[in-house]
Design a protein around this ligand. Sequence first.
Ligand code: LLP
Length: 432
Amino acid sequence: MATLETMQFPTLVEEIAGHAVGQLAKQFGTPLYVYDAATIAERIGDLAPFDAVRFAQKACSNLAILDLVRRHGAVVDAVSAYEIRRALAAGFTVGDGTTGDDETPQIFYTADLFDRESLDLVVEYKIPVNCGSPDMIDQYGARLPGGQITLRINPGFGHGHSRKTNTGGDGSKHGIWHEQLDDCVERAKRNKLTITGLHMHIGSGTDLEHLSQVCGAMEKAAHVVGPTLRSISAGGGLPTPYREDDKRVDLAAYFDLWDATRNRLATTYGNPISLEIEPGRYLTAESGSLLAEIRAIKHMGEKLYYLVDAGFNNLARPILYGSYHPMAICHSNGERGGPTSGTVEAIIGGPLCESGDIFTQEEGGYVCTRTLPEAAVGDYLVIGCAGAYGAVMGSNYNSKPLAAEVLVENGKANLIRSRQTFDDVIRGEVIP
Ligand code: LLP
């Protein structure tokens, strides 16, 4: 289990996961995502007390990352037809579709709706489903009467690192409203479906205080469903440190709360209840760095801008949520910096033709500066804690190719996604 109370993020680095930054940049080009497999393995290990660690692959769904989490014993969540296909392509298997006592399904589909393709796919592969809307119960029941389902409940409250990542309360579209659970139990019966599990996910990047409130809501909901219940899921949302003074979440305290909840339910109904957790960010955020090259340095009035070759097409979290990521410089000429090297207050921007393409901004779009070692064109910028909701939220805006991705495992840096080519970027486009 990670022991560091608070984090240290140096602003001058030479290596990522034991590999020289300049070497990685030369070998694979920039912008480049680099993931450290050991960090992901360690984070999965932190959650070992839970019966199942279900990776919310939306955080980082590269096939090699899915394969890695699978090899380390995690199972996986899918929120779309192609996330199901990714899980299958990465070697996760499907069972008989049950959520029985002794089998943890390797793939689970959790969503608030079935598009037609995802409904066909869960039926074809018998992927267990976690329904986030009453309509899903009817649609699934019409295709697989006699089956089993779990329900995602919106407990009426939520919390996230941003309003945009709060998934509870009536301002959120997610989950079945807690007061409609009775009705959904009836719906399930009408469709000859058994409700075997309940799930609550109140938001992403929340805190222990809010997460802990979910246990009580879960227990209340569980009594509405009753003795058919075999599993409960605490959802995701575990925070990870992004700033030096961020503290690690007290996982032992969190597990104890959920364990006590599950034990009370197991005693009441005389069945074992399995306890799942569904982290995305917690498993991959800290493992990933986005490596970019400084390509221009300019002064605008009093302000200093370092412009790098990665933009919000590569890492959208700052422009979307005002998210803070640790940043460091690596001098390309081998200069080590040190106590005598000066620091500057720099605004870090990308190459996109849009004013919001700034990595140093707060929610609301307010541009701020970062204290960094003085750098030159050709030096590198390493954006840390970028392994969750980084590459996966990439786009081709401004016809920029998606970044390449590298996974460092057992000391070896392996390319796990090649940089898109021009042909990749225009694939599917047609001049009639
Ligand atoms: N389970 C469900 C049903 C979810 O909707 C999510 C995240 C997770 C688990 C995983 O949450 P996590 O453990 O990663 O907090 N793009 C945003 C985050 C969006 C989260 C969406 N759902 C960001 O960059 O912060």
